[in-house]
Design a protein around this ligand. Structure first.
Ligand SMILES: [Zn+2]
Length: 220
């Protein structure tokens, strides 16, 4: 199952596009979702069509010359000409341009025409949202954890696997902290009402812990 639902497929005709075929696919995606590069690339163009077309967007030139187009973005955190790696943050999704709701328009342009990005839809969806980039950056500088886990030769694939595991753990931790803060906090509050003086303090501690985990690992 895709992490984000495809709300409009490639090639279909819709009135909102004045009867022209859709040049990409749309993912229903809340505003502010992190968007990342699908491959090593050069940021060929950063565009802003205002309330027209794809609004704010980024066009990447991938290594094989294919262009990847990200549209309707809320904010853009890369500059034209920047050389970036797969997975690098491009900015946040939004609802800019000619759009009827928050979504990401993703297009591929190859050899002079738009091609159907559906085969890589899962990859695009997986790269978007709570990848806990802050948590990754903690481990990125040294790679110590991945080296410790996988020995000295850390290939890109094992590194990515390690990040995948860490990301999974981060997500579990975020989920867990939410549940503990909610249920534990509630119990503490009840105990406080029942006469335990420490109840409110522990409820506060659980809430602060939850907020700290959210701030560190993201993934709201
Ligand atoms: Zn679209």
């Amino acid at each position: 199952m895709l992490k984000f639902r495809i709300s409009s497929k490639f090639g279909i005709m819709e009135e909102i596009r004045d009867g022209k075929p859709h040049t990409g696919i749309d993912f229903a995606m809340p505003e502010g979702t992190d968007l990342r590069a699908i491959g090593d690339a050069v940021v060929e163009r950063v565009v802003n069509y205002g309330s027209e077309n794809i609004g704010k967007g980024v066009i990447l030139k991938l290594e094989d010359g294919t262009r990847a187009i990200y549209g309707h973005m809320d904010s853009i955190s890369v500059k034209e000409g920047a050389v970036i790696k797969a997975g690098d943050l491009l900015g946040a999704s939004g609802n800019t341009g000619h759009s009827s709701g928050a979504h990401l328009h993703f297009g591929l342009w190859k050899d002079g025409e738009y091609i159907d990005p559906t085969p890589i839809a899962e990859q695009v969806a997986d790269l978007s949202g709570s990848l806990a980039p802050k948590a990754l950056s903690i481990f990125e500088p040294t790679g110590a954890i991945t080296q410790w886990l996988f020995g000295k030769t850390v290939t890109k694939t094992t590194k990515e696997t390690a990040y995948g595991i860490l990301e999974g753990l981060c997500e579990v931790l975020v989920e867990l902290s939410g549940a503990i803060a909610l249920v534990g906090g509630g119990i503490c509050l009840l105990l406080h009402v029942g006469g335990w003086k420490g109840g409110i303090r522990w409820m506060g501690i659980l809430t602060v812990a939850r907020i700290l985990i959210l701030m560190t690992l993201g993934g709201v």
